[in-house]
Design a protein around this ligand. Structure first.
Ligand code: MSP
Length: 503
């Protein structure tokens, strides 16, 4: 059985509606999955929601709802957004599902049995916002000496509870060995170095159960304890793969940089302890700020993806997020840079090229797809096709921005070619030469739209349609087109403007 390429996103907390940051990670995962599918490799995209723990319990209480009703409502918002953003989700896991709860208990029981989980007492600090135990030395001092979470900046709770511990300390040497033997396991390299140093400095055992939190999965055989929400959540990647022999281990866990330690240290240690194969890669991308500020409740500057798509369309958002900041870096989201890229790259470079080419074929060849001229000619398309492997290598390294750099280089070169060859002059002077130039332009653009497909599925489908690859009404989705039949193949059909200019 060939293994499916198993790609995951974090499972998102459902205390609030999804925003731009969540959309970013899930779009990236979808782009990667679509890339593999386009290359003939089956891909499986898992996303979902993280529904247990104190933060969710508190949020439901504040909303005056039963916790599970609250979870149902918000989890559905995430699922709806993925549909809206043209994200093809193969499996959507919720940690309140029985298929997950059973697996969490199974893994917990296994580690308890083999001595990797033991009972003790936790005396220390807890950050509800990030649902993490915080070392005294990592806490920040706020006004009046109040201790604050290092990431959240919010007041910490002081806990004193009986707890189960996971022997994380025991696994530091094994983790370091794994990092060394698998240099691509943690990516990007700049962020991996920080994790290496963290593990080299020695690990402490971590608390993996709570007695004061009721909304969680109970510890097998000790119902007074619920399993720590992160221990529960990380297992989702494995519980969702239960019963499928062609999925585990995951090929890549895509996560934000703030949860790299959970995925690059704790999760692999849990898997080693359970005797399970480790994921092949954990990729930590950077964070978006908005107009120069961190997105936060107090600033009320969470960007709703719906607001952006209403104005610019789904594909423009998908494109911009992966174009504007190299995957792995931090960056800033601003309306001004979105509009700039939209007009310059989508409306001008790409949109104009498509409409110019289809118009010229319409005008000079009566809409007939130019046929391949006699062999032995020096086709530009051949040079363009050679870029495919370069683009693939970048996509597979999750260098989406680098792949788009190459694609745009080609798009610009095609625009330059139109100007240089001036097919409108050739049409009058040398019909054969005109057809040859149009052949190159059409076939090159067909390749370009194939490369664009993972990023902008419906735009790629429209370009395909205009270039006679498959002719469908606009309303059909990319999936329809991919699955579909061909109508009147071979005819170039001018379509509406792909990206109307914005002011
Ligand atoms: N529930 C945990 C993850 C458990 S995974 C086993 C969690 N959830 S979260 O709702 O807070 O989502 C965090 C993730 O959302 C980040 O890791 C990142 O993927 C994405 N982002 C949230 N805000 C973001 C930005 N401002 N910028 C980029 N991505 C961000 O943590």
């Amino acid at each position: 059985m060939t293994k499916r390429c198993y790609i995951t996103t974090p499972i998102y907390y459902i205390n609030a509606a999804p925003h731009l940051g969540h959309a970013y990670t899930t779009i990236a995962a979808d782009v990667l999955a679509r890339h593999f599918r386009g290359r003939g490799r089956a891909a499986h995209l898992l996303t979902g929601t993280d529904e247990h723990g104190q933060k969710i319990e508190d949020a439901a209480k504040a909303a005056g709802k039963h916790v599970i009703d609250f979870c149902d409502t918000t989890s559905a918002k995430f699922r709806d957004l993925w549909k809206h953003l043209d994200i093809h989700v193969d499996d959507y896991i919720r940690t309140t599902e029985k298929r997950h709860e059973d697996k969490v208990q199974e893994l917990f029981a296994l580690l308890l049995k083999n001595g990797d989980i033991y009972k003790g007492r936790y005396e220390g600090l807890y950050d509800v916002v990030s649902e993490s135990f915080v070392k005294e030395s990592d806490a920040m001092k706020g006004p009046g000496g109040v201790l604050l979470g290092p990431d959240s900046g919010k007041p910490l709770q002081r806990l004193s509870e009986e707890t189960y511990f996971f022997k994380l300390s025991k696994y530091a040497p094994r983790l370091l060995e794994h990092y060394k033997a698998n240099p691509d396991f943690l990516a990007p390299k700049s962020r991996a170095a920080e994790l290496h140093r963290f593990v080299e400095s020695g690990l402490e055992d971590i608390s993996v159960s709570r007695t004061k939190v009721k909304w969680g999965i109970s510890v097998p055989g000790d119902p007074g304890h619920t399993i720590y929400v992160w221990f529960d959540a990380l297992i989702n990647y494995w519980s969702a793969a239960a019963g499928a022999e062609d999925l585990w281990p995951a090929d890549v866990h895509i996560v934000g940089k703030e949860i790299f330690r959970f995925h690059g240290v704790i999760w692999p240690a849990m898997l080693i302890a359970a005797g399970l194969p480790l994921p092949k890669k954990v990729f930590a991308h950077g964070w978006w700020t908005v107009e120069g500020h961190k997105m936060s409740k107090s600033l009320g500057n969470f960007i709703s993806p719906y607001d952006i798509t209403a104005e610019y369309g789904v594909d423009a958002l998908r494109y911009f997020l992966l174009r504007e900041m190299p995957f792995g870096n931090d960056g800033d989201f601003s309306k001004a840079s979105l509009v700039k890229r939209y007009n310059a790259e989508l409306a001008n470079d790409l949109g104009n090229l498509v409409s110019r080419v289809s118009e010229m074929v319409d005008k000079f060849l009566g809409g007939r797809l130019p046929t391949k001229p006699p062999l032995g000619e020096d086709f530009y398309t051949t040079a363009v096709a050679k870029r495919t492997s370069e683009i693939s290598a970048k996509m597979e390294a999750l260098d989406f921005c680098g792949a788009l750099d190459v694609i745009w280089e080609v798009i610009r070169s095609l625009n330059a070619r139109v100007n240089e060859k001036s097919p409108w002059k050739l049409a009058k002077e040398d019909a054969k030469q005109c057809e040859l130039v149009l052949f190159d332009l059409v076939w090159s653009l067909r390749l370009v739209s194939g490369w664009l497909d993972p990023f902008m599925p419906s735009t790629a489908a429209k370009i395909h349609m205009q270039l006679g690859v498959r002719l469908f009404p606009d309303a059909l989705t990319a999936e329809d087109v991919l699955a579909g039949k061909t109508q009147r193949p071979g005819l170039i059909q001018k379509g509406p403007v792909l990206f109307p200019r914005k002011v």
